[in-house]
Design a protein around this ligand. Sequence first.
Ligand SMILES: Cc1cc2nc3c(=O)[nH]c(=O)nc-3n(C[C@H](O)[C@H](O)[C@H](O)COP(=O)(O)O)c2cc1C
Length: 229
Amino acid sequence: MKKVWKKASDYVPLLILLSEIGATKNFVRTSSKKIAEVTAVSQQTASRHLKQLEEEGLIIRKNVDKTGQALLITKEGLRILSEIYAVLGRTLQPERETFEISGYVITGLGEGAYYMTREPYVQQFTEKLSFKPWPGTLNLKLDEIEDLKNFIKLRAKTPIIIKGFKTKERIFGDVDCHPVKINEKVDGTIIIPTRTHHNSKIMEVVAPINLREKFKLKDGMKVTVKTIL
Ligand SMILES: Cc1cc2nc3c(=O)[nH]c(=O)nc-3n(C[C@H](O)[C@H](O)[C@H](O)COP(=O)(O)O)c2cc1C
């Protein structure tokens, strides 16, 4: 267990309760009687716990009288709460599924290059995916049912969104991205344009390099991508 928690371990639930009633930001007036009721301990125990929290430097108490007291969680108290929050965030997060999808290289109409060189797209790819995309997309045809199923499931995941834009002539749509490792070697992304002439059996992949050259790809060859967490 983390060292910082040891001193507070007996009173962590109370600290959490105080955070819930707003004592992380301002002094909050309450009483040991009320706390006793909520935490199902005797009033004496609640009172002792509050004193102990104060002695440990985790809360400040003021205006203590018969009717109650004003409580504020200190920086040290907040630090302990943040530690707990970070650990729970890591351990309780639903497990993120990874997807492996294979498809067969096909030649498209060559429009990918046009889209991948539009400046507002390029800029966002560079910012949001941390690479400057090679001007072109690799089209993969998904022939196996498992790959199609995984592609459908992947589409339901939260994507990185490359926002669309308008020019005088036309509208360019949003593009959903799911970062992947391609053939276990190259980092890139699956792109799913919200407006496309492709059917859902075609998956497009983009990378900072020319994937056809890198993997010496010809039409019909198999390429596998794996989503990166
Ligand atoms: C970044 C990006 C944005 C796109 N935006 C659009 C769009 O707004 N409208 C559209 O019809 N197709 C859009 N497409 C999809 C293309 O129509 C096409 O499906 C794809 O790029 C592959 O073209 P290809 O089969 O000619 O290789 C976009 C493609 C990319 C790569």
